[in-house]
Design a protein around this ligand. Structure first.
Ligand code: MG
Length: 212
């Protein structure tokens, strides 16, 4: 089943027709979605601690908590934000975000669970010309408690907290390939996620019009 098919089934199951009057509310994550956090973190960490970790070693969501010290991870990542040192996680992100950001059928906010570096994150977004979103939120609660219907996020534990009217496109990485739950679908990239959402909404609208 394609990602678009999975999403259009969610929309149909929840009787949701997306229109400019009732736009689909989307939360787009920052780290490991828009931002290549580990591409910066790993060489800095390896250099400091004499380790040889590679990206594929981070093969589960709890890697940071179980393999290294959380405070070292946060210290290095926060330094990365202050130095604006991260690369975008994939090419053409300004265009990708604007596909839904410029479409009145969607309301898209950038939502991060990292706190304390809001202005650095906003600077990073503007430096990389990712500007076609509505709002930016840095939150210290579960994202599932927020008023969004679709999460584009790499956190595989988020899906466990989602309500019946919420679903998630999990941006795939070595740390989340074991995600399971009927409210989530894996996508290899943000671009594929965005294209699939647009296709799903169009398919759903067409089906609904045909049934009227
Ligand atoms: Mg993330």
């Amino acid at each position: 089943m394609t990602i678009a098919t999975v999403i259009s089934e969610y929309l149909s199951d929840t009787d949701r027709v997306v229109t400019p009057d009732e736009p689909l509310r989307i939360a787009l994550d920052m780290e490991s979605v828009l931002v290549d956090t580990f591409g910066y973190f790993l060489p800095v960490y390896n250099n400091e601690f004499g380790t040889e970790y590679e990206r594929h070693d981070i093969d589960n969501w709890h890697w940071v908590r179980t393999e290294i010290e959380m405070h070292d991870f946060n210290r290095i990542v926060n330094e990365g934000w202050r130095d604006c040192a991260f690369d975008p996680a994939e090419d053409a992100l300004p265009e990708t975000v604007s596909i839904i950001g410029d479409d009145p059928r969607f309301h898209i906010d950038v939502v991060t669970a990292r706190t304390g570096v809001d202005s650095e994150m906003l600077s990073w977004l503007s430096k990389h010309e990712i500007t076609e979103f509505n709002n930016f939120h840095s939150v210290d609660v579960s994202k599932a408690t927020l008023d969004y219907e679709l999460f584009i996020d790499d956190n595989p534990t988020l899906v466990q907290d989602l309500s019946e009217s919420q679903f998630q496109i999990v941006i795939a990485g070595p740390h989340n390939l074991d995600v399971n739950g009927h409210r989530a679908v894996l996508s290899p990239s943000v671009r594929t996620a965005v294209d699939s959402v647009v296709e799903a909404v169009e398919r759903r609208t067409q089906t609904q019009q045909e049934s009227v």
